[in-house]
Design a protein around this ligand. Structure first.
Ligand SMILES: Nc1ncnc2c1ncn2[C@@H]1O[C@H](COP(=O)(O)OP(=O)(O)OP(=O)(O)O)[C@@H](O)[C@H]1O
Ligand SMILES: [Mg+2]
Length: 230
């Protein structure tokens, strides 16, 4: 049994009277502990699929299973718990809280995930993760004083501080130049390996495919190609 699978997932949006099917029966199995990239033209449905997978919006039809639990038939409180404790998120922009320091961003995340660690252990874990993304030296900094790459490294740290099993990322490098993009991808790759995190990541940037294990290409709401690279 796989960690995370989607079967015949469909999504329909209504534009006034007209209904439009944006996802037309998607089947996905994420290779466990690996990075899967979701590519395809703008408007092909990548973000819609990612946010449905992550439980941030609901599918119109189909099944999504995580650790043998059916997410589509779950009550919203159960789903919220899974989202907060087992999933991590990174978006195109870091979306850090401007009035919290780097260290406090991570502490807030542990609180939201109802971490079972003691305060002492939480402090240690925060330090370890910030060292991992090379941001411990900026632990007391506020987001407005950080560069784009530094912000995104904090966003990556925040996404994994609660040890999620699955990390969902929507164009995590799109706001960065190519050098910073590669740094962030190398970081995601290392974290995925070391912490055995299964990653689903939307990207437009073909250079980023050097860092992934599996590629799914979408067109017009359907998967048109799927390849394992490693
Ligand atoms: N909430 C919504 N209501 C109506 N239509 C939507 C909604 N969300 C997305 N769509 C439509 O679904 C289609 C797919 O959108 P989506 O954002 O998933 O594409 P994408 O592949 O992520 O594109 P991009 O690469 O530009 O980010 C688009 O035509 C979009 O207009
Ligand atoms: Mg998108």
């Amino acid at each position: 049994m796989s960690l995370f699978t989607m079967k015949n997932v469909r999504k329909t949006f209504a534009h006034g009277e007209v209904k439009e099917e944006i996802l037309k029966g998607i089947d996905v199995t994420l290779p466990e502990g690996k990075i899967t990239a979701l590519t395809g033209a703008s408007g092909s449905g990548k973000s819609t699929l990612l946010t449905i997978a992550a439980g941030l919006q609901t599918a119109s039809d189909g099944q999504i299973s995580f650790e043998q639990q059916e997410l589509t038939s779950m009550r919203s409180e159960e789903l919220r718990q899974i989202r907060a404790k087992q999933f991590g998120f990174i978006f195109q922009f870091a979306h850090l809280v401007p009035f919290l320091t780097v260290e406090e961003q991570l502490a807030l995340m542990l609180e939201t995930a109802e971490s079972s660690l003691s305060k002492q252990e939480q402090k240690k874990e925060i330090r370890q993760v910030l060292e991992l993304v090379d941001m411990w030296k900026r632990k007391n900094a506020y987001p407005p004083s950080l560069s784009g790459g530094e912000k995104q490294r904090v966003a990556v740290a925040r996404a994994i501080i609660h040890s999620p099993k699955v990390l969902f990322a929507d164009e995590p490098t799109a706001s960065l130049d190519s050098k910073r993009s590669q740094e962030v991808m190398r970081l995601i790759q290392r974290l995925s390996k070391e912490r055995h995190i299964t990653v689903l990541m939307v990207t437009h940037d073909m250079d980023m495919l050097d860092y992934v294990d599996h590629v799914i290409e979408m067109r017009d709401g359907k998967i048109i190609q799927e390849d394992s690279i490693h």
